[in-house]
Design a protein. Structure first.
Lengths: 292, 94
């Protein structure tokens, strides 16, 4: 059994040493060294996403077929599953198994590289749906969950973020890939919607006053924040580091995606803990049944 | 939770139910849930007793099902019902 606290410490340690390892590798090994660390972060993130997907698939089976929460967790499992497909596609590109798209490339390559990129968008829409159902379930419970003016104040800058992203669209990709710019504008818009919904969910979790359920959704909110930050980071790093920005930008993006995946693993562990606590068992643990 | 005085029994009933709910749904929801369920059975949180545990559990069930899903809600309902049978709410690590 692995305690959630041990898991959190391991994630924090990884998060703390990641940037140092990158700086060292980039300093001594140049772009190749930096790229190797960025790719390593990508692999760690992908493995964590697989663990989260297996866990979410198990969690959905914990609910009765007619439970709204089963639908929520089915959508979350689908979200993570489709993301894994998208990440595997990216892996084939990062590790040179499939070439990147180029002008005059065959149609299959265009579909594989450019169109399948929107698998991320499909997965985000599934998660958006899950969040809407979550909010509805909270509201339908009869408890007085409310969004405060402070939450709307947080949402306001998020809502204008897609406009800012459009204005800074030349910063959204450093490789001159116009298809990637278009995808990132779509992704920023959807992720801002996700972030706004997460602010609502986070408020409800706060209004619970602690407890295992609140921890689940706090971890989900943190995961979404890391995902949104991964998009913003591309433009920010490009502005801060004009030289060698591509490798730094790649690392920061993959680093934040790894944090995103780690938060999802934690959310699954906490969700398992809800059931455990409801039946009166002590402690927060993750056992071998994580995969369902 | 046994007690000698009536006021102690009332306090214990509310505390015992809260102790079951709090680790799962949090302090505020537990408080609101007890208040809502007490009203539904014609009492207040201050006047509920352990003998009301069966009715209280039944009154709590719909909201808990919506908030947590059926299996988790049923586990909590069963533990609250058990309070009425004189069983312990169970210690849960905070």
């Amino acid at each position: 059994m692995i305690r959630a606290k041990v898991l959190i410490r391991a994630f924090i340690a990884l998060a703390a040493i990641g940037p140092s390892v990158f700086l060292l590798a980039n300093g001594y090994g140049g772009d190749d060294g930096g790229n190797a660390v960025a790719n390593g972060a990508f692999v760690v993130g992908l493995l964590l996403e697989v663990v989260a997907f297996l866990g979410a698939s198990g969690v959905r089976r914990d609910f009765d077929p007619d439970d709204a929460w089963r639908t929520v967790w089915t959508l979350i499992a689908a979200f993570l599953g489709v993301r894994i497909l998208a990440e595997l596609r990216l892996a084939t590109l990062l590790f040179g198994l499939v070439p990147f798209h180029y002008e005059g490339a065959p149609t299959w390559l265009f579909v594989y590289v450019v169109v399948f990129r929107y698998l991320y968008t499909v997965s985000d829409l599934l998660f958006l749906w899950a969040l809407v159902l979550t909010i509805r379930s909270y509201k339908d419970s009869g408890f007085d969950f409310r969004v405060t003016p402070r939450d709307y104040a947080f949402m306001a800058p998020l809502v204008i973020a897609p406009v800012i992203a459009y204005e800074l669209r030349h910063m959204l990709t450093l490789t001159g890939d116009t298809y990637l710019t278009g995808y990132r504008l779509v992704a920023v818009t959807i992720n801002m919607a996700l972030a706004c919904l997460c602010i609502v969910v986070r408020r409800y979790a706060l209004q619970m006053g602690g407890g295992a359920v609140a921890r689940v959704w706090t971890a989900v909110v943190l995961a979404t924040a890391a995902r949104v930050a991964s998009f913003v980071s591309v433009a920010v790093v490009a502005q801060l580091l004009p030289t060698g920005a591509i490798v730094a930008s790649d690392f920061v993006e993959q680093y934040l995606i790894t944090i995103f995946a780690a938060c999802w693993v934690l959310a699954i562990v906490y969700q398992r803990d809800v059931r455990r606590r409801a039946s009166g068992a002590p402690g927060t643990t993750m056992d071998g049944s994580l995969g369902g | 939770v046994p007690s000698d005085s009536g006021s102690q029994a009332v306090l214990d009933a509310r505390t015992a139910v809260a102790r079951v709910l709090k680790p799962v749904v949090g302090e505020f929801v537990a408080k609101t849930a007890i208040s809502m369920a007490s009203k539904r059975i014609g009492k207040t949180p201050e006047t509920i007793e352990l003998s009301d545990a069966q009715d209280l559990a039944t009154a709590l069930r719909p909201a808990l099902r919506t908030l947590l899903g059926t299996p988790t809600a049923e586990a909590l309902v069963a533990r609250i019902r058990a309070l009425g049978d004189g069983e312990s709410a169970g210690e849960v690590t905070p």
